[in-house]
Ligand binder design. Structure first.
Ligand code: COA
Length: 344
């Protein structure tokens, strides 16, 4: 290769070549939302808020809440849909990775429950990843590395959360923001140019107090300190600013790594926390609104489930086609943040 072709290849490594590289192809997507709809007007009857305030500040009109379905039940339903879309049977799966911070139990993991619910072969590997709203991309990154190393062939990656269980329904500054749901993708090991090009995950534990939920375990009789309330707590305003800055940096990182320019991006599927955050990111990238997937108007912030639900809806609406370059970005408690680029 000479001259401009060589320069192109050096600048755009992911867009050129790599025909023989083992990658994780996204072979199928699925999602599941619980039936119960909780509108902003319903919330007006619960706390001192208004539909106008919630919609103007967040872009959310309604969200779903689970009445009695656990995270593993919702996750298994989303996974079933993803398996169907991929044309695979549960017996084909050798790895289950679940991003969640609202597991059914402290242990076993939600992944083990989902393995059992779906009838995935005993002996397959199954584990949870705790990274709050970045949970799906953390899980995706872990599964991708097992696949690229040859340790797994077909993986289920699930993002699920049931924040209705950890929210203080009397706190108007948080209870209007979140919803329950699950999303899943099937990753298949394949040689070629399609699949996950790269994923980057980051965390900064120093700033955990920005956004956290204490655990709900019973106080031990030996404990000296007063028991704390189990509810989610967030410094909304500060979190907002950090989220915009951090997600912008995470996007720049994976774009640079893959030699991508904004015009190469076919579709941005961001974590659905706040429409104003998504708009700020979109403007930075100078992407047209039709290239950005948003569904938080219907579901609010479903934490680890938000990216795979939005991806599944975009796929089923026919918005994503072969060879499209898809960009994912997330931010959450930890603090954690992550980004990923996929060639469909
Ligand atoms: C939560 C969030 C919507 C609040 O919007 P904001 O513009 O920052 O609003 P503030 O927190 O500054 O509050 C502004 C006012 O609205 C009030 N308010 C808060 N929640 C309200 C509600 N549900 N209804 C009506 N008023 C509300 C506040 O009490 C405050 O009143 P004051 O000015 O009299 O003190 C916004 O900060 C946000 O989205 N943050 C990021 C959240 C996020 O991304 N979290 C998850 C990351 S995964």
């Amino acid at each position: 290769m000479k001259g401009s072709a060589a320069r192109m290849a050096a600048r755009r490594p992911a867009l050129m070549g790599h025909e023989h590289m083992l990658r994780s192809r996204l072979a199928g997507t699925g999602s599941y939302l619980p039936e119960k709809v909780l509108t902003n007007h319903d919330l007006e009857r619960m706390v001192d808020t208004s539909d106008a305030w919630i919609f103007a500040r967040t872009g959310i009109r309604e969200r779903r809440v689970s009445v009695d379905e656990t995270s593993s039940e919702m996750g298994a339903k989303a996974a079933k849909n993803a398996l169907k879309a991929a044309g695979l049977h549960p017996r084909d799966i050798d790895l289950v990775v679940v991003g969640t911070v609202t597991p059914d139990m402290a242990f076993p993991s939600t992944a083990c429950f989902i393995q059992s619910r779906l009838g995935i072969r005993p002996g397959a590997a199954a584990f949870d990843v705790s990274a709050a709203c970045s949970g799906f991309l953390y899980a995706l990154d872990a599964a991708d590395k097992y696949i690229r190393s040859g340790s797994a062939h077909n993986a289920l990656v699930i993002g699920v959360d049931r924040f209705s269980k950890i929210i203080d329904w009397k706190d108007r500054s948080t209870c209007v923001l979140f919803g329950d749901g699950a999303g899943a993708v099937v990753l298949k090991a394949e040689k070629g140019r399609h699949g996950i090009l790269s994923t980057r995950i980051h965390s900064d534990g120093r700033r955990w107090e920005m956004l956290y939920a204490p655990n709900t375990c019973q106080p031990s009789p030996f404990e000296a300190s007063e028991p704390v309330l189990p509810y989610l707590r967030m410094q909304g305003n500060e979190t907002f600013k950090i989220a915009v800055r951090t997600m912008g940096g995470a996007i720049a990182e994976v774009m640079e790594e893959n030699g991508l320019k904004p015009e190469d991006i076919t579709c941005l599927v961001p974590h659905q926390a706040n429409l104003r955050i998504i708009e700020a990111i979109r403007e930075r990238l100078k992407l047209s609104p039709d290239k950005v997937v948003t569904n938080l108007e219907k579901y609010g912030n479903t934490s680890a489930a938000s990216i795979p639900i939005a991806l599944d809806e975009a796929v089923r609406e026919g918005r994503i086609k072969a060879n499209d370059i898809i960009l994912f970005v997330a931010f959450g408690g930890g603090l954690t943040w992550a980004s990923s680029v996929v060639r469909w």
